[in-house]
Design a binder for this molecule. Structure first.
Ligand code: ADP
Ligand code: MG
Length: 972
């Protein structure tokens, strides 16, 4: 039943990858042309069960390595395929490939598909249970990839001393799709757990386990097969990766498990009595696959590049060593009690038969020993088979089995290497004791493993909690940061606003200062104004008086001039008379000359006298004139004097006012004194009257009278003085009132002037603003003008081009016309010769005329269209500014809308972020809860029956969520 077989080693070379091609790496491996099982590297030949070249397809690899294992597993054998090789040598490509891709999918998906296809083809009496486990070994810790909460699983041995991963999730599957789902789940969990997937996958071993159990419903025969599909970590040396620190430790640890694998293989290859399976979890899990009960295939993946030559060599050496390892495989069969009983009976019969034969043989032997000879017909004929001998030898163990209660459930047929060695060792009791001790120690070790597992799971839980707390802290920190950011922005705002307020206050202060200054200035100016107006008044009054004086002087001057004029007139008259007289005299003198010359001389002396008189008079007149001039200058001086006097008077007026006041006070004092005096007078009078009454003497009466008279005169004088003072006072008061009135008038005038000044200021300001507006409008107009100019230019260009086109068109037409005319002329010559052709020609000319007319029409239409276009253009030009305005307005609107949109977007983004955070938090919480729940859910067995369609299977599996339901189905 059990047979020995070597581990199959298959070598696969991948093509050069990009980086190797870039670095122009050479291919250093050679494949001998007529073989498929050897490869030569550096002159050394390596022979394997199969060597795949760089161009091998996934399908070919599958067909040659894994296809037969499917049948083995379904026949109750264990199977293992693992890929060994340096990182990026194609292990994952070979084992997994591209999932869901017909061409590039690897061994695992193909095997899964094939298993189901086989089952569908098998006998319908068979019922299958397929379980999937998926875990990875990283840093010698087993992490369940189907349940992330299981992070450090331990390896135990079952009752047949076969190691298995205790507590690993087993998912029951009924279709290939469910298996692929498991793979996807496992991969996504692997992604969640680590940050850098590539690095992680090159440092961890991933193990995919398919457990197939089948039961024949008719014979109740049960078979089971386990299939391990392992993608090992990269086998490269640590030095090559340049790892340091924690990474170096990690790399060393991984290498440890790989070196444990190498050690196990070399121990098996050298057939050493002790195989160090327990050195790592990887070797423990693969214990059955390496030198145990499993058909094992190792795919060694290599790079053909010179850069990787050392690694390739070491990989090939590993493969060669592994090739020598022998496994002993047998079917994993579970026998029923009936079957055991039947076999027991059979063996018992056999033993009885053999025992009878032995007794007969012993009798014969005794006869021989006694010296008797036994005839050939009496001799016993032993036709023992190898089986018989074996069963005879194991009869003791059989009796042991028979002592077991048959009702105890089926036990697996022990056929492993371990059992064999045990059987060998059982010969000596010492070794059996040692074995017992070993077992005890192993069980203790397992317990410790369990403890470690529990502790590490606790640690994992705590670390998850810690992570949650950290996340919470981070979230809170983020919120805190946000809040602080907000606070800082608010503070900044606050400070800027404070500064603004300060600035405003400063401005206000400045304004107040300015206002005060201006007020002071205004007051000062007002005072100045008052002074000036006072001066003005004085000047005006001076001027008036001077003008009056001037007028009087003018009058004087004019009267004097008149007098002078009169004088002159008189003089002239006199002169005229003199002249006439002289004339007459002349005439007379002429006559006299004729008659009397002596009279003339007399007259002449007379005239001389007269002239001298005139001279004297003129002189006196001139002197008078100069006198008048002098008088004038005098009067001017006087005028000045008067003005000075006026000023003095004004001063005196002020003084007078002061005096008036003092006098008023003085008068009041005088009044008071007077009253006193009057009172005193009254008193004295009374006293006098008393004295009168007392004395009554004459002398005294005379004295009294004199005294009275004196008193009365004194009183009269005082009264006069008082009257004068009162008059003066009244005058002064009148003047004061007048001055006050004038002052008020002046004030009103000043107010008016100020109002006017302010109005003017306002008007000025309005004008400036209007001016600014006008300037901006001007600028706008200029811009618009420039735009219009550009437009006009473009339109003009277009018009020009249209015009040119039109010209060209006309020229073309003319040329064509000429051509047609020429043709006509040419055709006219044969027309004379042949009449028939002539008629045709006339027809053609008509056609051409029609054409020309048509073209002319077209031209007209075109010109019309052109005109229309020009008009439209003008209209458009008119509308252009309006449209531009509208455009501007719309642009502004668009800008404002964009700003609003931005703000809205930002708000939305913020909301979204918050929402996402919330969703993630909830998701995390839900996941945690589901993880906790999963731990409590029992595994649901999904048995499937062979020979059924997949669709029906899925239906039945949906129904058969537990074993009870599956039984019902079976009954149906
Ligand atoms: P490993 O798992 O050994 O680290 P991978 O399987 O991830 O290496 O392979 C590394 C890269 O090389 C992947 O991109 C893969 O597609 C590519 N590759 C590996 N083997 C082959 C092959 N036989 N043909 C084509 N590409 C391959
Ligand atoms: Mg890989």
């Amino acid at each position: 039943m059990a047979n020995e077989c070597n581990i199959r080693v298959i070598c696969r070379f991948r093509p050069l990858n990009d980086s190797e091609e870039k670095s122009a790496s050479k291919i250093v491996v050679k494949f001998p042309p007529d073989t498929e099982d050897s490869v030569v590297i550096a002159g050394k030949v390596f022979v394997f069960d199969r060597v795949f070249r760089t161009d091998t397809t996934q399908e070919m690899v599958y067909g040659a390595t894994a296809k037969e294992i499917v049948e083995d597993v379904l026949s109750g054998y264990n199977g293992t395929i693992f890929a060994y090789g340096q990182t990026s040598s194609g292990k994952t490509h070979t084992m997994e490939g591209v999932l869901g891709d017909e061409k590039y999918q690897g061994i695992i998906p193909r095997i899964v598909q094939d298993i189901f296809n086989h089952i569908y083809k098998m006998d319908s009496s068979l019922e299958f249970q397929i379980k999937i486990s998926y875990f990875e070994i990283y840093m010698d810790k087993i992490r369940d990839l189907l349940d992330v909460s299981k992070t450090n699983l331990s390896v135990h041995e079952d009752k047949n001393r076969v190691p298995f991963v205790k507590g690993a999730t087993e998912r029951f599957v009924t279709t290939p799709e469910e298996v692929f789902e498991c793979i996807e789940d496992g991969k996504s969990n692997r992604h969640i757990a680590v940050t850098n997937m590539n690095e992680h996958s090159s440092r961890s071993h991933s193990v995919f386990l398919i457990n197939v159990k089948q039961e024949n419903q008719e014979t109740e025969k049960k078979l089971s097969g386990k299939l391990y599909l392992v993608d090992l970590a990269g086998s490269e040396k640590v030095s090559k990766t340049g790892a340091e620190g924690a990474v170096l430790e990690e790399a060393k640890n991984i290498n440890k498990s790989l070196s444990a694998l190498a050690n196990v293989i070399s121990a098996l290859a050298d057939a050493k009595p002790y195989v160090p399976y327990r050195d790592s979890k990887l070797t423990r899990i693969l214990q059955e696959s390496l030198g145990g009960n499993a058909r094992t295939t190792i795919i060694i993946c290599c790079s053909p590049a010179s850069y990787n030559e050392p690694e390739t060599k070491s990989t090939l050496l590993f493969g060669q060593r592994a090739k020598t390892v022998k496994n002993v495989v047998c079917v994993n069969e579970e026998l029923t009690a009936e079957e055991w009983k039947r076999r027991y009976e059979k063996e018992k019969d056999k033993v009885a038969r053999l025992k009878g034969q032995i007794a007969k043989a012993e009798l014969e032997l005794e006869r021989w020993r006694k010296g008797e000879s036994v005839g050939p017909e009496e001799q016993i004929k032993l036709n023992l088979e190898a089986n018989d001998l074996e069963s005879l030898a194991s009869s003791s163990s059989l009796s042991a089995i028979s002592s077991l209660p048959l009702s105890s459930s089926s036990t697996q047929l022990a056929c492993t290497n371990n059992l064999k060695t045990e059987q060998k060792q059982s010969s000596s009791t010492a070794s059996s004791e040692w074995l017992k001790e070993k077992e005890v120690l192993y069980s203790q070790l397992d317990e410790k493993d369990d403890e470690i597992n529990n502790q590490s799971q606790m640690i994992e839980k705590y670390s998850i909690q810690l992570q949650e707390q950290e996340e919470l802290i981070n979230q809170l920190r983020k919120e805190n940061d946000d809040l602080q950011g907000r606070i800082s922005t608010l503070e900044i705002d606050n400070e800027s606003q404070k500064e603004e307020v300060k600035e405003v206050l400063k401005a206000l202060e400045e304004l107040a200062m300015n206002f005060d200054q201006k007020q002071q200035e205004a007051e000062y100016k007002g005072k100045e104004n008052e002074n000036l107006s006072n001066e003005l008044e004085k000047r005006l009054t001076n001027l008036k008086s001077i003008e009056e004086e001037l007028e009087t002087l003018k009058e004087v001057a004019s009267s004097q001039r008149r007098r002078i004029l009169d004088m002159m007139v008189l003089l002239l008259k006199d002169l005229m008379e003199i002249g006439s007289i002289i004339g007459t005299d002349l005439n007379s003198t002429q006559a006299v000359q004729l008659f009397n010359i002596e009279n003339v001389e007399e007259d002449f002396t007379m005239t001389r006298l007269f002239v001298s008189k005139l001279k004297g008079e003129i002189k006196s007149l001139v002197s008078k004139c100069s006198h008048l001039d002098e008088h004038k200058t005098d009067s001017e001086k006087l005028f000045e004097q008067k003005s000075n006097e006026i000023e003095e008077l004004k001063l005196s007026l002020v003084q007078n006012e002061a005096r008036l006041k003092s006098q008023q006070e003085f008068s009041r004092e005088i009044d008071a004194k007077k009253r006193k005096l009057e009172e005193e007078l009254d008193v004295t009078r009374e006293e006098l009257a008393k004295v009168k009454a007392l004395s009554g003497t004459h002398d005294e009466q005379i004295i009294h009278k004199a005294l009275n008279a004196q008193l009365e005169t004194h009183v009269d004088q005082l009264k006069k003085q008082l009257k004068e003072l009162r008059n003066e006072n009244n005058d002064i008061q009148e003047n004061y009132l007048k001055l006050q009135d004038e002052y008020q008038n002046f004030k009103i005038a000043y107010d008016k002037l100020q109002n006017d000044f302010e109005k003017l200021k306002k008007e000025d300001f309005d004008r400036i603003t209007k001016f600014n507006e006008l300037q901006t409008q001007q600028d706008l107009r200029e811009q618009a003008k420039q735009d219009l100019k550009g437009l006009e230019e473009t339109v003009a260009k277009e018009l020009q081009s249209l015009h040119n086109l039109r010209k060209l068109f006309v020229q073309d037409l003319q040329a064509r016309l000429k051509k047609t005319n020429k043709n006509l002329i040419n055709s006219n010559v044969p027309e004379q010769e042949e009449d028939d052709i002539g008629t045709i020609n006339t027809g053609s000319t008509i056609a051409q005329k029609q054409k020309i007319a048509f073209l002319e029409n077209n031209l007209e239409q075109l010109t019309k269209v052109h005109k229309q276009l020009v008009r439209d253009n003008a209209d458009l030009r008119c509308e252009l500014p309006k449209l531009e305005k509208r455009l501007k307005a719309t642009m502004e609107r668009v800008k404002s809308l964009e700003v609003a949109l931005k703000e809205a977007k930002e708000g939305a983004m913020k909301d979204r972020k918050r929402y996402q955070n919330e969703v993630e938090r909830i998701k995390e919480a839900v996941r945690q809860r589901s993880i906790i729940k999963k731990g409590n859910i029992p595994n649901i067995i999904k048995p499937i029956r062979a020979g059924q369609q997949p669709s029906i299977i899925t239906n039945s599996t949906n129904l058969s969520s537990n074993s009870g339901i599956s039984k019902n189905l079976r009954d149906e």
